[in-house]
Design a protein around this ligand. Structure first.
Ligand code: TXA
Ligand code: MG
Length: 320
C-alpha cells in the first residue's frame, strides 16, 4: 500500500470518509484515525498497529455536539471537565451509546472520548464529518509518535495517509492525553497526562489517581500492555552522575551531565524544564534506536504536575 503524505486536512479527511486510515497530528501525539461507525475501518486500525483487540480506542470529536452519538449519558462530573478542559488533552470515559461497535471499546460498556486542542486536528476532524476513533499512530508497543516521520517509520506502507503539519514538526505536549473514568461516584484517573491531577482536582475535588499495580487486572485495558518502549534498555537514575558514559549509551534529563560535558555518550539531551523533557522523550527514544544505542539513562523527575505523567511513561519504558 502506498502511504500518501499531505498537508491538506481536506485530502486526509476524505480517506476517513472513504473508510480508510489516516494519521493526523494532535497536541499530544499523532493519532491513527478511522470512522467510528465503519467496522471494517476499525479492524484495519488493529491490523496496521498489531494492536491487541482487548485494548479500546479513544474517539475524537471535531465539535462537542458529536458526543451525543457516542455516549448514553453525560454525568455531571463529565460536564464539569468538558466545560473546563475541552478542547484539550483530556479523555473522558463514559457509558457508551448502543450504536458503538464493541470493536472500538474492546467489549466494554464504556467509551473514551476527547476533543483535541490543536487547530489542525480540529480542522481535520470537522472535515471528517464523523467522530474518529484513533489510537496513537505507532506500532503496538513502540513509543507514541510525536513527528510525522515517526509515524512513517512505523506505519509507512501499512496505512493510507499521513496528515503533515503546515509548519514545524513535533507535537506540542509529546505525551498522551490524561484518561479519566467518569462513570463512578468520584472521577478516577486511569492514565496520567498533560491535564494534571492537580488541575482535575481543582475542577472536581475528590478526583483520584491510583498508581497502577502492574500485577493486577487494570481498569484501563491498555495499561496492562507493554508501552512506550525503545529497543534500547531504559534505566532510571536519580541523578545524571549515575549515567555510565559510553558511545553505546545515551542520557536524558534535567541536569547537566558532569562527565566530559556529555561527549562520552552516544547521545545526550539536557532539558531545561519538565514540559520540555515530556515533549522530547519519545522522539529521543526513537533517535536512540536509529543510532543503535544499547542503554538509555533517564533522570527521574518529581511525580507532580506533568512530572506524574512523565514518570509513568519512563517507568513503563524501563519495565522489562
Ligand atoms: O493523546 C492521546 O490520547 C492519543 C491521541 C491520538 O489522542 N491517543 C492515545 O490512544 O494515546 P491509545 O489508544 O494509544 O491509548 C488509549 C488509552 C489506552 O490506555 C486505553 O486502554 C484507554 O485509553 N481507554 C480507551 N477507552 C477506554 C475505556 N472505555 N475504558 C478505559 N480505558 C480506555
Ligand atoms: Mg498508544
Amino acid at each position: 500500500m502506498k502511504t500518501i503524505l499531505t498537508k491538506s486536512a481536506a485530502e486526509a479527511a476524505k480517506f476517513i470518509r472513504d473508510g480508510k486510515l489516516a494519521a493526523f497530528p494532535t497536541e499530544t501525539v499523532y493519532g491513527l484515525g478511522a470512522d467510528i461507525f465503519n467496522e471494517a475501518a476499525l479492524e484495519k486500525i488493529f491490523q496496521a498497529k498489531g494492536r491487541p483487540s482487548d485494548n479500546p480506542l479513544i474517539v475524537h470529536l471535531g465539535n462537542i455536539e458529536q458526543i451525543e452519538q457516542l455516549v448514553s449519558a453525560i454525568t455531571p462530573i463529565a460536564e464539569k471537565f468538558i466545560e473546563k478542559f475541552f478542547p484539550g488533552p483530556l479523555t473522558l470515559v463514559l457509558p457508551k451509546a448502543k450504536e458503538i461497535s464493541p470493536l472500538a471499546t474492546a467489549g466494554l460498556n464504556t467509551i473514551g472520548v476527547r476533543m483535541p486542542g490543536s487547530h489542525m486536528a480540529l480542522e481535520f476532524l470537522r472535515l471528517c464529518e464523523t467522530p474518529v476513533a484513533a489510537p496513537s499512530a505507532n506500532l503496538s508497543g513502540r513509543p507514541s509518535p510525536t513527528t510525522w516521520q515517526a509515524v512513517f517509520e512505523d506505519l509507512g506502507g501499512r496505512i493510507d495517509c499521513i496528515l503533515q503539519p503546515l509548519k514545524g514538526g513535533e507535537t506540542e505536549v509529546g505525551l498522551e492525553s490524561t484518561v479519566v473514568d467518569c462513570t463512578g461516584d468520584a472521577p478516577l484517573v486511569l492514565r496520567s497526562g498533560a491535564v494534571t491531577l492537580e488541575e482535575l482536582q481543582r475542577a472536581v475535588p475528590g478526583t483520584r489517581y491510583v498508581e497502577i499495580d502492574l500485577t493486577e487486572t487494570p481498569k484501563s485495558p491498555g495499561l496492562k500492555h507493554k508501552h512506550y518502549s525503545p529497543r534500547a534498555e531504559v534505566v532510571l537514575i536519580d541523578d545524571v552522575s549515575q549515567a555510565e558514559a559510553s558511545l553505546k549509551n545515551a542520557c536524558i534529563g534535567l541536569s547537566v551531565v558532569p562527565t566530559v560535558s556529555g561527549d562520552g555518550f552516544g547521545l545526550v539531551k539536557i532539558c531545561q524544564t519538565v514540559p520540555e523533557y515530556a515533549h522530547s522523550v519519545f522522539e529521543f527514544f526513537r533517535e536512540c534506536d536509529r543510532r543503535e544505542i544499547a542503554t538509555i539513562f533517564c533522570e527521574k523527575v518529581a511525580a507532580e504536575g506533568l512530572g506524574l505523567a512523565l514518570m509513568d511513561r519512563l517507568q513503563r519504558a524501563a519495565q522489562k
